[in-house]
Ligand binder design. Structure first.
Ligand SMILES: C[S@@+](CC[C@H](N)C(=O)[O-])C[C@H]1O[C@@H](n2cnc3c(N)ncnc32)[C@H](O)[C@@H]1O
Length: 205
């Protein structure tokens, strides 16, 4: 572990001591989980929104995958994390706010995002809040956009009734035992509408 990672681990632990419900983990995600969370993302994804970046474990991986700083927005509720990320990545838009209010902010000159990467502790949030975060996020994405979420739990951290209510579906894209604790990643997308499933061939119209 180099100096930068040690210092991030220390800041993370200090934030957890101050507010364990918000931070919900005692150390930042490791490189294996960061790799899995960002494996579906490239420079071609277009704008990307990261929710709950903390000390920036996924932020670093997103930039390494070619996402431009100007195509990345970080949404972080902890002022200690938001301030540090703003100083480290001055060309990335860092928003110090609750992710559930994301729909109130104009991002990327109005262009929709191609993906949302979430490190939020959904399992420790009330269902209403989880629904508000997903609703807000999907309002910011193009129709084919993907919401990536990790969990230390056994199943998808978004309850089925919320997915159904919002017209979403989730698939587990993988898991890693190399993270502490081991984690799984889910990709959540809009369910295809009946129209998009059986779109008629325009030449036969
Ligand atoms: C489990 S930590 C994950 C940090 C980082 N993504 C990682 O994997 O190392 C959860 C992060 O979500 C942030 N957070 C919690 N509730 C939030 C909310 N409502 N809106 C935005 N960020 C929030 C916390 O401050 C913390 O940075």
């Amino acid at each position: 572990m180099n100096y930068q990672h040690r210092s991030e681990a220390f800041s993370f632990f200090r934030a957890w001591v101050k507010d364990p419900w918000r931070v919900a983990a005692i150390s930042p995600s490791g490189p294996a989980l960061a790799n899995l969370m960002t494996s579906g993302i490239s420079a071609d994804t277009g704008p990307v929104i990261e929710l709950g970046p903390g000390t920036g474990a996924f932020t670093r991986a997103l930039l390494e995958r070619g996402v431009r700083q100007s195509d990345l927005a970080l949404v972080e509720f902890g002022s200690e994390f938001a301030t540090a990320l703003h100083h480290r990545y001055p060309r990335v838009r860092t928003l110090w706010m609750d992710a559930a209010r994301l729909h109130t902010v104009r991002l990327f000159d109005g262009r929709p995002a191609g993906a949302v990467v979430s490190g939020l502790p959904l399992l420790s949030m009330p269902a209403r809040k989880v629904a508000a975060i997903l609703n807000s996020s999907f309002r910011k994405m193009d129709p084919g956009g993907s919401f990536y979420q990790f969990t230390y739990g056994m199943g998808c951290p978004v309850p089925r009734r919320i997915l159904d209510h919002l017209g979403l579906q989730a698939v587990r894209t993988g898991g890693t035992l190399s993270n502490l604790p081991p984690a799984s990643v889910y990709r959540i997308q809009r369910k295809p509408t009946p129209f998009s499933q059986s779109r008629p061939d325009t030449e036969t119209l």
